[in-house]
Design a protein around this ligand. Structure first.
Ligand code: 2P0
Length: 336
């Protein structure tokens, strides 16, 4: 059988997902809201192949085993159980994000895999079903099925936890990558530690619910200033929460904090820019299209900021036309 190929982009949360109430089903403790980007895509093909004893994973041009293969194979087992199928697959996946920049994302990875694997195994899923499926691979992947701004409803069970589009004003991001060395603790592990040890956890859940409601209202109203204020405040709340774990975890580096300060300076000069950061040192700055160039120039001037990239709102995960293949992995020349 020929391969089915899909493409997906990462998303950056404006209201963050941090903490699960069900680790098996990946149900979050609260809803979240994100912007799907138009850069750093993942392209993934799934090919069912007769006679394979186990699934095969080629990621960025290299055959993978161990934990990476186990996670993809467990996801395919779920797809096979939904499809009533048993055949194994060859999965090829390439990330366009510069690997050293820490932007390669499980969201784009599992969104593309959900799209390609469900088609390869003949599942006929609607948008909600695809988002629910991607969620089983990685929570944030549920949001990368959606164009532009997505709200992920926390839900109470597998059926009710999915993402859908929210109307929003035009916006983009300026991503500043900061050299932070390797990630100390994976976000999956750090979330678990937060749920188990932070004394502030219940306040985080209620404040996230409150912020999400206000954020959805601001998006629908096209109120960019409120969207920005909520974005930056919620990111800082998440990092404060993470710092309150035992033992503590801190993802932001001194340079990351400098970027937050530079963004505050941009606002004083009349540019509407608001900072956020995920489980790492890089900072994503939310801007209106007219503020992107000045923001990028200001951040590029900070010593220790490695790279600045302007990105826009992007499409949700989608299948590519038959015959489209996974591109060569960046930096590997040709591959096969
Ligand atoms: C988010 N992050 O909302 C938050 C903010 C990182 C910081 O979702 O365990 O890789 O696979 O469900 O989706 C990263 O967590 O975690 C994440 P799993 P995921 O984007």
């Amino acid at each position: 059988m020929s391969a089915v190929t899909a493409r997906a982009h990462p998303n950056i949360a404006l209201i963050k997902y941090w903490g699960k109430k069900d680790e098996e089903l990946i149900l979050p403790v609260a809803g979240s809201l994100s912007l799907t980007l138009d850069a750093f895509a993942t392209t993934t093909s799934v090919e069912l192949r007769e006679g394979l004893a186990e699934d095969r994973l080629e990621l960025d041009g290299l055959v993978r085993d161990g934990e990476q293969l186990a996670r993809v194979s467990a996801f395919l087992d779920h797809v096979r159980s939904l499809a009533g199928a048993s055949g194994r697959a060859v999965v090829r996946s390439v990330n366009e994000a510069p690997t050293a920049a820490g932007l390669a994302s499980s969201a784009s990875g599992f969104a593309a895999l959900a799209m390609a694997a469900s088609a390869a195994y003949g599942l006929d899923l609607d948008a909600r079903g695809l988002s629910r499926l991607a969620r089983r691979g990685s929570g944030s992947a549920a949001r990368s099925l959606v164009d532009g701004v997505a709200v992920w409803h926390a839900g109470t069970d597998d059926e009710s936890s999915y993402a859908e589009a929210v109307p929003a004003p035009p916006m983009g991001m300026v991503i500043a990558t900061v050299d932070g060395g390797p990630k100390a603790v994976s976000s999956r592990e750090a979330m678990r530690r937060t749920v188990q040890t932070s004394p502030y956890f219940s306040a985080w859940v209620s404040s996230t619910e409150d912020y999400l409601e206000r954020m959805v209202t601001a998006c629908r109203a096209g109120d960019f200033t409120t969207i920005g204020q909520l974005t930056e405040a919620h990111a800082l709340r998440m990092h404060a929460l993470i710092a309150s774990t035992e033992p503590p975890i801190r993802y932001l580096r001194p340079r990351s904090v400098e970027v937050f300060d530079a963004v505050a300076g941009l606002r004083e000069d009349g540019v509407e820019a608001w900072a956020t950061a995920d489980a790492g040192p890089n900072v994503a700055v939310l801007v209106q299209p007219q503020g992107a160039a000045e923001t990028a120039a200001r951040l590029a001037a900070i010593v220790g900021v490695d790279q600045v990239r302007v990105v826009g709102a992007g499409p949700g995960a989608h299948l590519l036309p038959e015959g489209c293949e996974v591109p060569p992995a960046p930096g590997t020349g040709t591959q096969e």
